[in-house]
Design a protein around this ligand. Sequence first.
Ligand code: IVH
Length: 698
Amino acid sequence: MLKFAVCPEVLSAGSKFMREKERILELREQLHRHNHLYYVQNSPVISDIEFDSLMRELSALEEKHPEMKDPNSPTERVGSDISKGFKQAAHRYPMLSLDNTYDEQEVRDFFQRVNELLNEPFEICCELKYDGLSISLIYEDGELQQAVTRGDGTQGDIVTENVRTIKSIPLVLQKNSGYPQSFEIRGEILMPWSSFDMLNTERERQEEPLFANPRNAASGTLKLLNPQEVARRHLDAYLYYLLGENLTCDGHYENMMAAAGWGFKVSDHMKKCSTVNEVLDYIRYWDNERKNLPIATDGIVLKVNSIRQQLNLGYKAKSPRWAIAFKFQAERQVTRLNSVSYQVGRTGAVTPVANLDPVQLSGTTVKRASLHNSDIIKSLDLHIGDMVYVEKGGEIIPKITGVDMESRSILLGDAVRFTTICPECGTALVRYEGEAAHYCPNTTSCPPQIKGRIEHFVGRKAMNIDGLGTETIDLLYQVGLIKDIADLYTLKATDISRLEGLGEKSAINIIRGIDNSKQVPFERVLFAIGIRFVGETVAKILARAFKSIEALENATFEELTSVNEIGKKIAQSIIDFFQDERNRNLVDRLKEYGLQMETAFAEEEESSNSLAGKTIVISGVFNRHSRDEYKSIIERYGGKNSGSISAKTSFVLAGENMGPAKREKALELGVRLVSETEFLEMIDEKQIDNNNELLLPF
Ligand code: IVH
């Protein structure tokens, strides 16, 4: 008999290989369990540091064993950055809606209808109506297979990659928990109030339009094509409806409790009721108590609990007969109007603001409410001292929806008349045809307009000058060091360091930021100078079409409108801007100070493949461009961004304070670290040879 002699080294390498594979499975199981404990049960048993360390160990092993790749691994939650449009899938069972009711009598009617149709005892399962967007999840053999949005009810978008980033949605169900081999579960994807506030604060800083409510934010987020960005926004999900042929129980409530055992996040607030009065008590309780929930709800859903009885009651065209939704009234409070003040924005638009006696509304104290414009003030017939209704329905900024005429005293206060002059500089206001807002036309010397324009100019998406916050700009303006955006380029470190609260270090930092901004590409300079209606996208289009500020300055109305996506309003605004001699002077000064006033697209297009085939990891903090800018530079030059270092990484673009774990990993795998300056030199054509190999000073 032939015997094989096995080299001991091969044997030990082989067993190490097996051990690592086993460890991967073990780590995945552990991490799924800790995820569940943290995100679903709110009771973590290990610290964040321990969790991260397990995650890092798994990531490293998975990189070493790419054959073990699994889209449902906990490491996949961070999302890949592959962008693609969504494909559609048909729903196995149509996604129906619910009939809405708004008062208690309609709830009694529903109860009676069910009673008559069934003619036997029944229970109603009461639960919260989540205000997000519905999702259908398909699980096979305990693993998430597909996530589809409601769409038109018959078919929806496949958003599985995005849904994988929602940590309360289990990718793999709890082992041996008794889940069916194949089933569908539906629920609501939500953005918790805390994530919503954070997202809007960030968007405000970046001058991006704010989301009106968490539902819009959740829906906008789920439709993003970049799962990494979805992961960053911290969505949550509650599951409320199980479908399938082999469900374990006849009761909806019992099914949901079973689903909770499999690993799903199911509400703790579901309640089975046998009488209509119990149902109404539940509604009344939650109408008030919902203010204390971390997520938005807009009503209560009432479902006949028995699945058998549900089937007996059946469906109408678009909704089941076995369920209804009771919708809460938008929350409203009455409070006193003390005065009206006016805010002037960067564009000169004047917004009236009502100052109120503080009042509690949806969990926050409201002292001010927007009155939008003069037409709204007129239609409300507002008087100082009026008791007014304030609502927060869906919108971020509370609004005044009416006056309590009965409580109006005989001593009627002064009628509110929209101001005719700018509250900041006294200039007579103007109203442009077709617009609801009034404007202060004093663009050159109205302080909030000047400061607003400077704030816009230094913003991250514009010139990206660090260290110049609202307060510093205010200070620099107060002492007369800056009167317009071009004055920034005349500032000296000694001017700044003399100001209160600003030391030498911050002064140098600001000056360095101002100096670096001279490299900011033309398209962003165009956005930064703040021509009305020229936002980020329009600036890009204009830069591509006209290539220089000179060409844009000389463009006729016809030439402007002949550019795709440039309409009459934008064209006229550009013409008006350059017709004003003060603006032309400003642009000339910026040109003199060395800002980019021509597009570099022609060169970029030629060199757009310099980084082709390179996978680049960005790490650390940079001086010349932001991380986002480096991401787009890499893409523009044909390279690919990656979040983690592996053997496939071509090099790491390493800024200051690069994370020690990344540095170690790069060292271990022999991946090169390229500094910011080296990288910028590298993308210069001359540094790259014909084979696209990077000639680096290593
Ligand atoms: S059950 C056949 N339960 O409300 C009915 N829906 O207006 C299946 N919703 O599209 C839905 N919370 O997006 C159900 N606890 C809950 C809900 C809920 C929110 C949403 C869902 C649905 C809409 C119907």
